[in-house]
Design a protein around this ligand. Structure first.
Ligand code: GDD
Ligand code: MG
Length: 340
């Protein structure tokens, strides 16, 4: 089976980090995020993957090339104007010929079994199958209501709280029969979630919803981008950090992962899980709890950081305090004794 991954979004909710790199290329424990999703595809026997790019399109080609190094055959489709999730999928149609295809959002990590998804899809004889997951707050996602047989009754993108009638949401992975593409307009901005799915339901087509077991996250906000690091380090996913990441020992129950050349000065203290990028430096007596410090960033002596992401090559002054949710842009400076 062939796959297409939608990776053309601007990642506005993940600024400032997505000003320097597109969301699917942001590093997660020393490898671009999308490589984890590639791993899932490879494991399921998917080799041919179309990448539907728009924002910072060339960055992807530079990072992955033809995919041989990753055990995949990658092809690139580029929209000069972002065409939405539907327009992007339609553009990949020519690369997906020859059977059922898998379409994925590029900012989700889903440890699911594509083969099990496909058998479900075939058993329901569906035109479209949507992988589902359960979340506490469905308002940030596409709500999917199914019946007892697993057929989709309603698809509602970003519902308001009074419209929430279930906790199952679109996990951002679909199986499409080839006929689906004839219902997507070409060369036009169009949304799968607001256009295709509700329209095909209204037309009486068979859409099936498969609850995907296992770990799932959408890394689209700073909080979730931090969370995926904590989940991998905490062993709550089947994924492992990238090559060259070592575990630093001796921090009383804290999990500390360090990229090549990362340095921790004496009396530094850690709690929860902390990821230090390549060449990152943590000063004397600094205290970090559940943080991500990207490549080459420097945390000054005595600084205190909790649930923050420090961008690549940023500098946190000595004794500065960064509170939960702080997202420090790459290359930025925080003065000594500042409180953020
Ligand atoms: N090529 C291309 N062109 N890709 C796009 C475009 C576009 O115009 N717009 C968005 N994408 C890509 C993004 O890069 C991302 O990988 C994916 O499509 C989904 O876009 P998001 O902007 O992250 O959407 P969302 O998170 O608000 O909602 C979507 O994902 C949820 C699950 O995480 C929807 O599909 C929801 O229904 C779903 O629940
Ligand atoms: Mg998203």
């Amino acid at each position: 089976m062939k796959a297409a991954i939608l990776i053309g979004g601007q990642g506005t909710r993940l600024r400032p980090f997505t000003l320097d790199a597109p969301k699917p290329l942001l590093p997660v424990l020393n490898r671009p995020f999308l490589e984890y999703q590639f791993q899932v595809l490879r494991k399921s026997g998917v080799r041919e993957v179309a990448l539907c790019t728009s924002y910072r399109a060339l960055d992807f080609r530079r990072a992955f090339g033809d995919g041989r190094r990753l055990g995949l055959r990658l092809r690139y489709v580029r929209e000069t104007m972002p065409l939405g999730t539907g327009g992007a999928a339609k553009n990949a149609e020519n690369l997906l010929l020859g059977g059922t295809s898998l379409i994925l959002n590029g900012d989700v990590l889903n440890a699911f079994d594509v083969r099990a998804f496909l058998s479900f899809h075939r058993a329901r004889r569906a035109e479209i199958s949507i992988a589902l997951t359960r979340v506490k707050d469905p308002t940030a996602y596409g709500l999917v209501l199914t019946d007892a047989k697993g057929l989709v009754r309603r698809f509602l993108e970003k519902p308001s709280w009074d419209e929430v009638e279930t906790n199952t949401i679109n996990a951002g992975a679909y199986l499409f029969e080839p006929s689906v593409f004839s219902h997507i307009p070409a060369g036009k901005t169009y949304s799968l979630e607001r256009g295709l799915f509700p329209e095909r339901l209204a037309a009486g087509a068979v859409l099936a919803g498969w609850v995907a077991p296992g770990y799932w996250i959408d890394i689209g906000t700073v909080d979730k981008y931090l969370q995926v690091h904590l989940d991998i380090l905490g062993g709550r996913t089947p994924f492992k950090p990238g090559a060259g990441v070592r575990a630093l020992k001796g921090f009383e129950g804290a999990i500390v992962a360090a990229g090549a050349g990362a340095h921790v000065a004496e009396f530094a203290r850690f709690s929860g899980a902390v990821s230090l990028g390549r060449g990152a430096r943590v000063g004397r007596g600094a205290q970090l709890s559940d943080c991500v410090v990207l490549d080459g960033a420097v945390v000054g002596d005595g600084a205190r950081l909790e649930r923050c992401v420090v961008g690549a090559r940023a500098r946190v002054g000595t004794h500065a305090t960064l509170g939960p949710g702080t997202a420090l842009a790459g290359g930025s400076r925080v003065g000594d004794y500042s409180q953020l």
